[in-house]
Ligand binder design. Structure first.
Ligand code: ADP
Ligand code: MG
Length: 231
């Protein structure tokens, strides 16, 4: 699904360069569940942003399916991202004056889905995450865990092949965290590719593979090493 060839990233600030990601060559297969772990400042968000087509690397190429992501025009890249990639953020990014249903409809609306189908799909997806009885609530009327599930529904509604999440369980109590992780297991079983940046050993332990970042360099570990990797 994703092929990185010699991808690196330097940021330039006030004339000096910071290397956020060292040259990285890496394949992520269709349907893999990958955790990205590492200390603060080690390059996790940078890597995830590059994987998501949101941040051009300084060197190298990245293929998503058959497309070379950063050789596409900005508009073609935006279209590819919209069709294939779903994002989940720690801060949910729900729109405060829209109901749960309208928040889930939003990306469908932007994708040109007809109104009636938007409502049907949004409703079904909210039911799927256990919020069928909360469709008319505003984010402020929902618990943190419910807000995260609305965000998850909003991502799932577009039916993305690849889901990227940055610290999705960071703000959650243990019970809600378990609900979100159970949803991730389900999403993974459906054959979607899941890449999750996390500080949470329970989350990393459920992935098949762990990419540990240290000072922008990646160490790759298969399943079973996850708990050790986040220690
Ligand atoms: P993490 O998500 O693991 O905390 P980041 O990918 O956010 O790490 O950051 C990696 C390194 O790049 C850090 O040293 C950070 O300060 C630097 N960095 C991140 N974003 C920028 C930016 N927009 N401009 C300059 N430096 C940045
Ligand atoms: Mg980060």
């Amino acid at each position: 699904m994703l092929k990185l060839n010699n991808i690196s990233k330097q940021y330039h600030r006030h004339g000096s360069a910071v290397t956020a990601l060292q040259p990285t060559t890496l394949d992520i297969a269709d349907g893999e569940y990958v955790a990205i772990v590492g200390p603060s400042g080690s390059g996790k968000t940078t890597l995830l942003s590059i994987l998501g087509g949101m941040l051009a690397p300084s060197t190298g190429k990245m293929q998503l399916g058959t497309e070379s992501m950063y050789d596409l025009s900005v508009s073609a890249r935006t279209r590819l991202r919209g069709a294939k990639i779903g994002f989940i953020f720690q801060t949910f990014n729900l729109i405060p004056y829209l109901t749960a249903l309208e928040n889930v409809q939003m990306p469908l609306c932007l994708g040109g889905v007809p109104k009636e189908e938007q409502v049907d799909r949004a409703r079904q997806t909210l039911e799927r995450v256990g919020l069928g009885d909360r469709t008319q609530h505003l984010p402020s009327e929902l618990s943190i865990g419910q807000q995260q599930r609305v965000a998850l529904a909003r991502t799932l509604a577009i039916n993305p092949a690849l889901i990227l999440a940055d610290e999705p369980t960071g703000n959650l109590d243990p019970e809600t965290r378990e609900q979100v992780l159970a949803m991730f297991d389900e999403i993974h079983k459906e054959g979607r590719t899941l890449i999750v940046v996390t500080h949470d050993p329970a989350c990393a332990a459920r992935a098949q593979r762990t990419l540990r970042l240290v000072n922008g360099g990646i160490q790759d570990s298969p399943a079973g090493n996850a708990a050790r990797c986040v220690a």
